[in-house]
Design a protein around this ligand. Structure first.
Ligand code: NDP
Length: 311
């Protein structure tokens, strides 16, 4: 079993930034990247809100740069999933899907959260061509356009409200006739003139041509009636799933599965020597730059923890 001082699980902006800092601290970190190195940003196109890129940068390029930057200082990468961890004592055990096994004196969890999609035909292929699960990332591209948001929780309200800054009209499609969102968010969305609600309605199909999304086919689940609606953008706001199942309850999470920091604002978890950063512990900001910042914090905490708690 290979011994490591720092293992970073997950490879979005949080994981790569943690790797950059740990490798520059001579800790020779191993990043277990998962099957989609780079995480959620690899599914976006232009990133215009990551500071330092006045003309913007493509999501996959930004992630490739971060990876390369951390590699320069000795970070090693492994493209597999972690299937099991044993956090009962240090060093922790990390077992991967490809059969490799490690011990880690500290563990940094940056497995992110995956946006939920509806599972419609062509939904994934149309990401970046009108389909998006991130209004903050992509809203800007819908200036004076018509967009639809699906969902009835806080995420959907937040996406709809953000989109009103750009779009000429925002429709919220919800499968019931009442919202799950918190009252202040509901009130803000209801009061916004650009937002219109389409109740008791489910999306059946995304319509598109060579230019991207052109409309959606929806069904009213009360009347059974199907209809087509024109739209330029289709935003998913049906929540995210934090990638914490492999922890099997060893790290404290809330009821949705997000890791609860043990000593905020520090990235410590309930297990000493295990730190969390990025979207896996943040359902509020969810930005590449905030994830990167928290990755830096996790790496610095891990470095100091190793100094104070040598094995
Ligand atoms: P929620 O689980 O609260 O809401 C998901 C919404 O999507 C629900 O309205 C649900 O419908 C709908 N939905 C789920 N699956 C489907 C589907 N297959 N088809 C159609 N509709 C579907 O998730 P959120 O991401 O909105 O919120 C998660 C947590 O994060 C909450 O605690 C929320 O308060 C918090 N949050 C807070 C924010 C803030 O404070 N600014 C911003 C965003 C999130 P139904 O209601 O019928 O189940």
């Amino acid at each position: 079993m290979e011994k490591r001082k720092v293992i970073i699980v997950g490879s979005g902006p949080a994981g790569y930034t943690a790797a950059l800092y740990s490798s520059r601290a001579n800790l020779n970190p191993l990043v277990i990247e998962g099957h989609e190195p780079g995480g959620q940003l690899t599914t976006t196109t232009d990133v215009e809100n990551f500071p330092g890129f006045p003309e913007g940068i493509m999501g996959p390029e930004l992630m490739a740069n971060m990876k390369k930057q951390a590699a320069r200082f000795g970070t090693e990468y492994l493209q597999t999933h972690v299937s099991k961890v044993d956090l009962s004592k240090r060093p922790f055990k990390v077992i991967c899907e490809n059969g490799s096994e490690f011990t880690a004196e500290t563990l940094i969890l940056s497995t992110g959260a995956s946006a939920k999609y509806l599972g419609l035909p062509n939904e994934m292929e149309l990401i970046g061509k009108g389909v998006s699960a991130c209004a903050t990332c992509d809203g800007f591209f819908f200036r004076d356009k018509v967009v639809h948001v699906v969902g009835g929780g806080d995420t959907a309200m937040e996406e709809a409200l953000f989109l009103t800054k750009f779009a000429s009209q925002v429709y919220v499609i919800h499968r019931r006739d009442s919202l799950r969102a918190s009252m202040p968010m509901q009130e803000r969305a209801m009061a916004n003139e650009k937002i219109e609600f389409v109740w008791n309605t489910e999306v059946e199909e995304i319509l598109f041509d060579d230019t991207g999304v052109t409309g959606i086919k929806v069904k009213n689940n009360q009347t059974g009636e199907s209809s087509e609606r024109k739209t330029d953008g289709f935003f998913l706001g049906i929540g995210h799933t934090p990638n914490t199942a492999f922890l099997e309850g060893q790290i404290k999470t809330d009821e949705s599965g997000y890791i609860i920091p043990a000593n905020p604002p520090h990235p410590d978890t309930n297990v000493e020597g295990v730190f969390a950063c990025g979207d896996v512990q943040d359902h509020y900001y969810r930005q590449a730059i905030s994830a990167a910042g928290s990755g830096c914090m996790a790496a610095i905490r891990a470095e100091r923890f190793l100094e104070e708690n040598p094995l």
